[in-house]
Ligand binder design. Structure first.
Ligand code: NDP
Ligand SMILES: O=C1OC[C@@H](O)[C@H](O)[C@H]1O
Length: 385
């Protein structure tokens, strides 16, 4: 009998819609039989009518309860897990609200503005015996699981370098002046690094750090970066970084270490013609070959394993397709992971342990400090007024 997770959706913006539609897709379509999901409630800070309109738009069941405020949602006894989909400037406050009301939490990326806030959330989850998931969706894709397995199998050798580029090809003034977007708003913790650079960091961490045995994982020993600001608002529009690790994957025994080169930008494009002619967005380079990830780093749907030529004519390139079943966006994989963890009484997922999530926030803090990107005190603070 499948375990059914009862979800409460906090906020009704762009990603909340994608996530909720995915939750409503029959898990059988992706071969999942052990967990299921119901959308128990939806809350909008813009009022109950907005929550109702969202529920109708995503085709939530008629008995989905709609609230005109987040405080009511977290009190709902029929909600097990709250999905936080507000801007990241507000994740700290909203996740704390849910944890203090005794709810498990799945929080959109980046989980907070800085590591200090993330640390408080994880401590609170632990103290209250609640599950908390850093919902950086790509990590939970079968494609990511398969790639991590290929690395740990040793097939592509010792991984020495990873490059990852998450750049959207968007016009800055259009983003800001015409669309008034959250993504470039300093008050909402906008900027390329936190918004999309986190995917480049995710690839660096899930390949160079997470694939090591837990006992051999060590924090980066060097972080270098270059940041370009968007003058209108002061957020970063273009950031490049190198993150070095003392040991290399998969064995962790080599003294060579490894490094990841991450790129992220709004005005430049990873895939300028949207036909993939620029090549892989992520390259995971090992001593016996490499894995090339195709498609944008946040939602890739295929990868190639390319052996290093060593004269063996039998070696060939293998391309693996990982489509998203039932027309889904791919967010159901993180939902399934959360439901499984809650069913098993786990507080954290092995796919994204709390200490790794915290380390990623620390790397972003470091890069921001190097670039002089500070957000207003109101959203960097750990005090809630
Ligand atoms: N995993 C992924 O692929 C993606 C993740 N994200 C992440 O999800 C979060 C939300 O992004 P997105 O959906 O694009 O954002 P939107 O601006 O589309 O939606 C955010 C929603 O948050 C609520 N909200 C609460 N407080 C505020 C506030 N002060 N200002 C604005 N909105 C507020 C509003 O909902 P209401 O009025 O109903 O309360 C609003 O609609 C971000 O942290 C982002 O990084 C974003 C895009 C893709
Ligand atoms: O997090 C994200 O991933 C998907 C992108 O389309 C989106 O702009 C970004 O916010």
């Amino acid at each position: 009998m499948a375990f059914t997770a009862r979800w409460g959706i906090l906020a009704t913006g762009w990603i909340a819609e994608k996530f909720t539609i995915d939750l409503l897709i029959d898990p059988a379509t992706r071969g999942t039989a052990d967990v299921a999901h119901v959308v128990a409630a939806v809350a909008s800070s813009s009022g109950e009518a907005q929550a109702r309109s969202f529920a109708t738009k995503v085709k939530a069941p008629h008995d989905t309860v709609c609230y005109g405020g987040y405080e009511d949602l977290v009190k709902d006894k029929n909600v097990d897990i709250v999905y936080i989909a507000s801007p990241h400037s507000h994740h700290f406050a909203h996740a704390l609200l849910a944890l203090n009301a005794g709810k498990h939490v799945v929080c959109e990326k980046p989980i907070t503005v800085n590591a200090r806030q993330a640390e408080i959330l994880y401590k609170t989850a632990k103290k209250n015996n609640l599950f908390f998931l850093d919902a950086v969706w790509t990590r939970y894709f079968p494609l990511s699981v398969q790639i991590r397995q290929i690395i740990t199998s040793g097939e592509v050798g010792e991984i020495l370098r990873v490059t990852a580029d998450t750049s959207m090809g968007e016009e800055m003034d259009d983003l800001w002046k015409r669309q008034k977007r959250r993504k470039v708003n300093l008050d909402l913790a906008g900027g390329a690094l936190l918004e999309i650079g986190i995917y480049s960091i995710t690839w660096i961490f899930q390949t160079l750090y997470h694939t090591l045995p837990a006992s051999k994982r060590q924090p980066p020993n060097k972080i270098m970066s270059h940041m370009v600001k968007y003058p209108e608002t002061g957020v970063d529009e273009d950031t490049t970084f190198i993150v070095s690790f003392p040991t290399s994957s998969p064995s962790g025994s080599s003294g060579r270490g490894s490094h990841g080169v991450g790129m992220t930008a709004f005005p430049l494009a990873t895939d300028p013609d949207q036909r993939g002619t620029a090549g892989p967005s992520v390259r995971i380079q090992g001593t016996k070959g490499e894995i090339q990830v195709l498609g944008m780093p946040f939602q890739p749907d295929r990868y190639k394993v390319v052996p290093l030529r060593d004269g063996d004519a039998t070696m060939s390139v293998r391309e693996v397709l990982c489509p998203f079943p039932a027309g889904g966006h791919g967010m159901y994989y993180e939902a399934d992971e959360a439901a499984r963890c809650v069913r098993e009484g786990k507080l954290e997922s092995e796919t994204m342990p709390w200490d790794e999530s915290l380390l990623i926030m620390k790397v972003m803090d470091d890069i921001r400090e190097q670039g002089g990107l500070k957000y207003p005190d109101a959203i960097e603070s750990t005090d809630l007024h």
